[in-house]
Design a protein around this ligand. Structure first.
Ligand code: BES
Ligand code: ZN
Length: 792
């Protein structure tokens, strides 16, 4: 791919933007100083009209084509170029874009930015490549009457200035940084500021329609994380302030813009009235983004093929930080039962990508973000490396890395070199094999072979660390029947990680011919009296895996539901429906798992007891059972509740609660309500584009709407592409593939998607979908009879 940095090296951008959110316009001037290397130089520029290009006051001829401005200049000279441009504000959650929320019956407009991976070019002309680091002097002008808060990466350098109806905000110069990390936000927010131990001013901004009490938690986690990283990395946070903002329309979960981190509302807002799950995920999201302030922002990957360098590191360090700030969260358990499990599951599919992946087409940048691989597997490999080297030594290497590469760019090898002095093995050789190859081995009697859900294997080999039976390694252990029984026999003596390993491996093996699915039905009852929520979270996954074999609403499914009721009864009896004061976090969360199984199994007494607790003022319901109470009330009173919940979905600001209503209505059974669900897919004024994927996924989970959901997607593919960002479009076929259990549906799926099998954005997802669905159909064919027989 062409790299513009080879033609011109930018040093500084003076960027003046005039933004009018009512007229939806952006107009500006950028003065770029730097050095030309050759005479034909280019800048990225997309969706923007260029009015002029000047050098030393003289107009230059230029061409604007295919998102590039081309100019002829003196080669090898220091230049100052001025480019005037204008365009519209985007409405698709990338570049500089519009976002809205309702407050006191009035629409509030927010303008914010999402520049990663290559959308800075949709806001202003620049060399939009991570290695093209420069300093930025930003000024933003807005209509005076808007009276908005205006934020950027750095603090204001002076008081805002009024000039004939406009307000101008001038910001301090940024450090040397990549364009994808530049950001600004304009709008009405409420905020609170605190200082951390190291004296950084931390402010969290949230829309006016959200509960002010949620600010404190976000501030507390941010302060704790910055202090933790300051000490751990032995490199101070390089800016004076850190702002965090909840943006009402947001494509990803969060974005680590330097000094101005932006979040989806559901990823930032939490307080004592949120569930523990929400608090934990908000906490790790914050600690993830803040770790990027060093790993990513201060030191940045040279090119996108090393994106994993950013994301794998952040995805493991986020847990280290929260474990320090809130040890009582036992947050590592979340890592093992969430991230690790998702990595091991996806990485067992033939055709899956490696953590490190070459990028050829610009559009491919977006497909790099396979979260289960680049985030979760990458994180698991980092953990493996950290444990091999030892935590203390590992961070000595990391702190050397920051000292050596601050304000510069790196490749994976630079990280391995920084760690090498602290390791007694060849770090680069070792990690290279794991990072650049897809898949992982399963270990049988000390022999390693690639593990694939298709039941096949191949020639891939990996340098193996010392094999341990905790969660350190990205491999699985293929215990023989007797070995497995023996391990089960001493389950109580195992460490938590050993227990999780044992169950995770068994579950994965059961999806291949190595272990029969029906054996899971013998396994589960042994855990009836288990009380650990992490163990239960794997048990829950096992029960979900088994659902595959039971046709919805069949007699067999009825038997399976009875089996599950029996399975959860000891814990259901022990815990009861309502949380008790003084209850442990473990039990609070375990109840949640138990209730979800009770709801799936249609356990009538539980449904009724939950519905009893329904309160019109939903925030009065205990946060740990709120979802279940809301859903149970819906299940028992659907005819009356559907319209009411749909209304509540639209008027509720709290993101967690809003989702409870959505989750409820998509479980509709009555045909007249199901009819009302599908139009919602085409009503962005009701279900925001940022939540469209969730609505679709939920419709795929309800067996009554499942088939129709796929029909809808096929008929409305172009519309879906239009409202979905590049990064997320592949999620639609990916999640669809995850819920295909029948040959006919598989055929329908591929009849449509096959024509896109060469599209750079979709080709890998579709190839993996094929192997995934084939393995699943094969599994059903071989194991179903046995499973059904066992429950007969
Ligand atoms: N840098 C990413 C967000 C991103 C990635 C934006 C690629 C655009 C393209 C950010 O640090 C991130 O990883 N966000 C996660 C949430 C996080 C807690 C795992 C996300 O958005 O899913
Ligand atoms: Zn990240």
């Amino acid at each position: 791919m062409e790299r513009l940095l080879e033609y011109f090296t930018p040093e500084n951008y003076q960027l003046s933007l005039k933004i009018d959110k009512h007229k939806k316009t952006r107009e500006g001037k950028v003065v770029i100083s730097g050095t030309s290397k050759v005479k034909n130089i280019k800048f990225h520029c997309v969706g923007t009209e260029v009015d002029y290009v000047k050098s030393s006051g003289k107009n230059l001829d230029f061409e604007l084509e295919d998102g590039l401005i081309s100019l002829v200049v003196a080669p090898k000279s220091d230049l100052t170029l001025e480019i005037g441009f204008h365009g519209a504000l985007n409405e698709n959650m990338q570049g500089a874009y519009l976002s809205t929320y309702k407050y006191k019956n009035k629409e509030e407009i927010v303008v914010s930015t999402q520049f990663e991976s290559h959308y800075a070019r949709e806001c202003f002309p620049c060399i939009d490549e991570p290695a093209a680091k420069a300093t930025f002097d930003l000024e933003i002008t807005i209509p005076e009457k808007d009276n908005d808060i205006v934020l950027a990466n750095t603090p204001l350098s002076r008081h805002p200035e009024l000039d004939s109806g406009s307000m101008k905000y001038v910001f301090e110069q940024t450090p040397r940084m990549s364009t994808y990390l530049l950001a600004f936000v304009i709008g009405k927010f409420q905020s609170e500021t605190i200082k951390n131990k190291h004296g950084v001013e931390i402010t969290t901004y949230i829309p006016l329609n959200q509960r002010k009490e949620t600010i404190a938690f976000a501030n507390e986690i941010a302060a704790g994380s910055l202090d933790f990283y300051d000490d751990l990395f032995k490199t101070p946070y390089p800016l004076k302030k850190l702002d965090q903002v909840a943006i009402p329309d947001f494509e990803a979960g969060a974005m680590e813009n330097w000094g101005l981190v932006t979040y989806r509302e559901s990823c930032l807002l939490a307080d004592e009235n949120s569930s523990l799950d929400t608090k934990k995920s908000v906490a790790t999201t914050i600690s993830h983004e803040l770790s990027h302030q060093w790993f990513g922002n201060l030191v940045t990957m040279e090119w996108w093929d090393d994106l994993w360098l950013n994301e794998s590191f952040a995805s493991v360090i986020e847990y280290l930080a929260i474990d320090k700030i809130h040890p009582e969260y036992n947050i590592w358990e979340e890592f093992f039962t969430g991230s690790c499990l998702s990595a091991l599951s996806r990485d067992a599919l033939p055709g899956v990508q490696a953590v490190q992946q070459p990028v050829n087409d610009p559009e491919e940048i977006s497909t790099l973000f396979d979260a289960a691989i680049v985030y979760a597997k990458g994180a698991h490999l980092m953990l493996m490396l950290m444990r091999l080297i030892g935590e203390e030594k590992f961070f000595k290497g990391i702190s050397d890395y920051f000292k050596k590469h601050a304000y510069k760019n790196t490749k994976g090898d630079d990280l391995w070199s920084a760690l090498q002095p602290y390791a007694d093995f060849n770090v680069k050789e070792f990690m290279h094999a794991w990072i650049s190859q897809p898949g992982y081995p399963y270990i049988t009697d000390g022999n390693a072979q690639r593990f694939l859900l298709s039941g096949e294997t191949d020639e891939t080999t990996w340098p193996l660390p010392e094999i341990t039976d905790d969660m350190s390694g990205h491999y699985i252990l293929n215990l023989s029947g007797p070995e497995f029984e023996e391990a089960l026999g001493k389950f109580a003596d195992l460490s938590l990680e050993q227990r999780l390993r044992l169950l995770i491996d068994r579950m994965l093996l059961s999806k291949t011919p190595l272990v029969s699915s029906s054996s899971l039905l013998d396994l589960l009852p042994k855990f009836k009296n288990e009380v650990s929520v992490s163990v239960w979270s794997i048990l829950l996954s096992i029960t979900t895996t088994l659902r595959l074999f039971f046709p919805p609403e069949s007699e067999e499914e009825g038997k399976y539901k009875n089996f599950l009721i029996d399975f959860i009864t000891p814990n259901l009896t022990r815990l009861g429906i309502s949380p008790k004061s003084e209850e442990s976090d473990n039990d609070l969360r375990l109840r949640s798992i138990i209730l979800s199984l009770a709801l799936y199994s249609e356990h009538a007494p539980t449904l009724e007891a939950l519905a009893e607790l329904y309160d019109e003022d939903a925030l009065k319901i205990h946060p740990e059972i709120r979802d279940y109470v809301i859903i149970a009330n819906f299940r028992l009173n659907e005819a009356e509740m559907f319209d009411k919940y749909l209304k509540l979905y639209q008027t509720t600001s709290d993101p967690e609660l809003k989702f409870s209503y959505l989750l409820s209505i998509v479980s509709a059974k009555l045909p007249e309500n199901i009819e009302k669900l599908f139009p919602l897919l085409e009503k962005p004024e009701i279900v925001k584009p940022q939540d469209h994927l969730y609505l679709y996924i939920y419709l795929r989970r309800n067996h009554r709407t499942k088939e129709k959901a796929l029909d809808w997607l096929i008929e409305n593919w172009d519309y879906t592409v239009k409202i979905t960002g590049e990064k997320s479009i592949e999620d639609y076929p990916r999640y669809t593939a995850g819920t295909i259990y029948e040959k006919a549906e598989s055929e329908k799926f591929f009849a449509f998607f096959n024509k896109m099998k060469d599209s750079p954005v979709l080709k890998r997802t579709l190839a993996v979908a094929k192997t995934e669905i084939d393995s699943r159909l094969k599994l059903i064919a071989t194991d179903q009879a046995d499973v059904l027989r066992k429950l007969a």
